[in-house]
Every structure is written in structure tokens, then in C-alpha cells.
Design a protein around this ligand. Structure first.
Ligand code: MN
Length: 442
């Protein structure tokens, strides 16, 4: 599955000048997304290259994407203006498209003049959700997050006994997944503080973010037909960043016994660009060995190849921009630095587990990894962990303090993959600002 080829050559440059050395979108990345040029309404598929977007429909019209059967299938599927049909095709058409785009955008390509006419400045386009999301499932594979959160409630026994046997997850809500840049309204909800004798309804008091990676599902499995873990990677079309906004006070009151509900489904923000498995191939690593004494995964979750190369080394970052920082012209405050290496289960294990009972996954379904915290205090993927439930506030250069998010705060997630001998690539931003809660109905 993990193929390194010409498209990963760090020496290759693009005739799109801003791509060379771009922190997110050099020619070695080529993420796909859906955009709307300013003033237009029809969503279009595109690929990010530096500060520009190559309009794929326009490039196809100009004959720049003509080729073999695999490439033709990819181009046909992309005409839809959403990526679902493209996701459904799987690896071969996706690779054919990558190879063609790499050649087309490479320095020295004789058709660069024609291709240049299909470029749009990203700043003059609005990014859209890349696909119609049929279902959204959120996992809980960040073991340090699970431990930190568990410790708040059960100091002696932070991890529940199932954690190391089952990739824990719950069904989230697809309708409220929004693209980066969409403001998030603080939810109203029912909450009951520990000192309160009765619950009340009103604005969430403990609004939080969660640093997660999103996984886009590609080819479907039929209802009733599980996906073997050895084939699970082939059902993944790509990756994004995901902020699983969480209302901690609402969550604490509502979650027993069925788990997250209204504390989570008022909004989840994703980054717009789909980073392909091919772009991430150089950043695959072996799944870090389980600590001594941990159980081995059950056979349906264990595949040697997946263990050898199914994890990723991707740096994850959370930044906070508050009204105070903004007013003083100060930079966003980095709240946390973490890595995808802290996932206790691989993506293939999550997919295989999800389908192990015959549940059908569909192109454009979105999986969340769960909050990915690092073991260090500087790597907490949520404020719940970082401030120990609001007890230890974060101090900012503006003089402000935060226990949880306030109205006007903006949360930015970023991700970068780096490896000696390869071009670094990034995911682009996943950002969202908090708006005040609507006035609750009397
Ligand atoms: Mn989550």
C-alpha cells in the first residue's frame, strides 16, 4: 500500500511559484477539495497548489487531464462538484490523477501556459465541504486523552477495562459538520454544576475544542459484509483536521448512560482539503509497540502489515486567538503540540472494527480519531485536560485567562508532516470562531 514514487521527490518544483517551499501545499501534496469562486454558486473540484487552486473541471475541459481509463474515471467522477463519487473509486484512479497533476504542475511542463489559465487564487475562493457526509463517527483512540479525562473522574483507574480491547467510538451527527471558517454558535443546553441542586437550561459554560484527525471513507462495503483489517486501508480516501467542539458542562450531565449527545452535535469543524493516502505515504510509521502487559489486539484487528506501516507521524497543533490577542496585534497562542503517533489504534483498525459487525461504510462517511493528546502537559488536545476541568487557567500574552472558550475566541488547528529526505506537507487550517449563544426561549 505504501508506495513512494516520483511524486514524492523533494527536488521537484512547480511552475506555480508559491508552491515551492509552501508550508502546506507544495507539489508533493496535491490535496483535493471543493471550492466556489467568489461570486459563483456552483461548487467545483480543485487541487491546492501553493496559494492557488487548480480548477479540475476547467483543466479537464482544456484537455489537460486526458489519459488512460483510470484517469478518465477520476476526471468523470470529479465533474460532480463533490468528492463522493471520486472517493468511491479507490486507489487506482486517485493515483492516476495524482501522477497527472504532478506532471502538469511540475516545472518544465510544456502545457503550463494552458494550465495556468485554470488556476484561481485561493484567497478569491470559498472552500466548501469536500463531500456530502452520510454518516459521522467519532472514535476515542487518543490514549493520553482517554487517560487524562478518565483521571478527572477516576484518579485510581483512569482507563476503563475495555479501552485496550475495543476501538471505542460513538455515532456523531453529520448534518452539523461544517467547513473551516464557519462560526460556531455557543450552544444552549441543560447543565447542572456539581454545587447546583437542580439542572437549568442556558448557554454552555464550559465550551471546549477537541484536536482530532478526520478520516474520509472511500469505497463502500455492502451491508452485512465486514472489512478485513488487511483491506481496511483501501477503504480510506483521505484525511483532514477535525475540531470536535464539546460542551463539557452539558456533556457531564447528559452522557450517562448512552454517551455524547447534544454536547457534541451542535457543530464539528473540518479542514477543507483532503490529504490523500498517497501524499502521506512518506510519513507512515510502524504502530508504536503497546506498553508491556497490554493485551494483543484480537485477530480481527491485527494485521502484520498494518502494524508495520499503518500509523502516521504527523505533527498536530492547536492555537487560540482571543479578542485580547487580536486587539493587541499579538500572534495566536499555541495551546498544544501533539502527534498522530499517540493513537492507540490504527486507522485500519478503526475501519475494520466499525465494519466488523457488518455495518456498511459509504463514500464520504467521516470518521474522527478522537482527541489526540501527547503524554506531556504541553500536548493536551482539549482545555478539559489542559486546565484540569477548568481548575488551572491558561494565561495569555494579552493578560487574559482561559479555563474554557469565551465568545469571540477563535480556535485554529494545523497539521504538518515532516521527514528527512522528503518535502514537508501540511493539511491547511481548520479554524472556527465562537459566537454568543442564542437567547434561550422563555
Ligand atoms: Mn471527539
Amino acid at each position: 500500500m505504501v508506495l513512494i514514487d516520483e511524486t514524492h521527490d523533494p527536488a521537484r518544483r512547480s511552475w506555480v511559484a508559491s508552491a515551492n517551499g509552501h508550508p502546506d501545499f507544495p507539489i508533493q501534496n496535491l490535496p483535493l477539495g471543493v471550492f466556489t469562486p467568489d461570486g459563483e454558486e456552483q461548487p467545483r473540484a480543485g487541487v491546492a497548489i501553493g496559494d492557488m487552486i487548480l480548477d479540475l473541471a476547467a483543466a479537464a475541459e482544456d484537455g489537460l487531464l486526458a489519459g488512460d481509463a483510470a484517469l478518465s474515471r477520476a476526471v468523470e467522477a470529479l465533474a460532480d462538484g463533490r468528492l463522493n463519487a471520486f472517493f468511491a473509486l479507490g486507489a487506482a484512479p486517485r493515483r492516476a490523477l495524482r501522477a497527472r497533476l504532478f506532471a502538469l504542475l511540475s516545472e518544465g511542463n510544456p502545457r503550463s501556459m494552458a494550465a495556468e489559465a485554470c488556476l484561481r487564487p485561493a484567497s478569491a475562493c470559498a472552500m466548501q465541504l469536500p463531500a456530502r457526509i452520510g454518516d459521522y463517527t467519532d472514535f476515542y483512540v487518543g490514549i493520553h486523552h482517554a487517560t487524562n479525562v478518565g483521571r478527572v473522574f477516576r484518579p485510581d483507574n483512569p482507563l476503563l477495562p475495555n479501552y485496550k480491547h475495543v476501538p471505542i467510538g460513538y455515532h456523531g451527527r453529520a448534518s452539523s459538520v461544517v467547513v473551516s471558517g464557519t462560526p460556531i454558535r455557543r450552544p444552549n443546553g441543560q447543565r447542572k454544576g456539581s454545587e447546583e441542586t437542580a439542572p437549568s437550561f442556558g448557554p454552555c459554560r464550559n465550551l471546549d475544542y477537541e484536536l482530532e484527525v478526520g478520516i474520509w471513507i472511500g469505497p463502500r462495503n455492502a451491508l452485512g459484509e465486514p472489512i478485513p483489517v488487511s483491506q481496511a486501508a483501501e477503504h480510506v480516501a483521505g484525511f483532514c483536521l477535525l475540531n470536535d467542539w464539546s460542551a463539557r458542562d452539558i456533556q457531564a450531565w447528559e452522557y450517562q448512560p448512552l454517551g455524547p449527545f447534544l454536547a457534541k452535535n451542535f457543530g464539528s469543524t473540518i479542514s477543507p482539503w483532503v490529504i490523500t493516502p498517497e501524499a502521506l505515504a512518506p510519513f507512515r510509521i510502524a504502530q508504536p509497540p503497546r506498553p508491556q502487559g497490554d493485551p494483543a489486539p484480537l485477530p480481527y484487528l491485527l494485521d502484520n502489515k498494518d502494524q508495520a506501516e499503518g500509523a502516521f507521524e504527523i505533527e498536530l497543533e492547536v492555537l487560540l486567538l482571543t479578542p485580547g490577542l487580536r486587539e493587541r496585534g499579538l500572534a495566536p497562542h499555541r495551546l498544544a503540540l501533539s502527534s498522530t503517533r499517540h493513537m492507540y489504534w490504527t486507522v485500519a483498525q478503526m475501519v475494520a472494527h466499525h465494519a466488523s459487525n457488518g455495518c456498511n461504510l459509504q463514500p464520504g462517511d467521516l470518521l474522527g480519531s478522537g482527541t489526540i493528546s501527547a503524554p506531556e502537559a504541553s500536548g493536551c488536545g482539549s482545555l478539559l485536560e489542559m486546565t484540569r476541568g477548568g481548575k488551572e487557567p491558561v494565561r495569555l500574552a494579552s493578560g487574559e485567562e482561559r479555563r474554557f472558550l469565551q465568545d469571540g475566541d477563535e480556535v485554529l488547528l494545523r497539521a504538518h508532516a515532516r521527514r528527512q529526505g522528503f518535502a514537508s506537507i501540511g493539511f491547511g487550517e481548520c479554524r472556527g470562531a465562537v459566537l454568543p449563544a442564542p437567547q434561550p426561549a422563555a
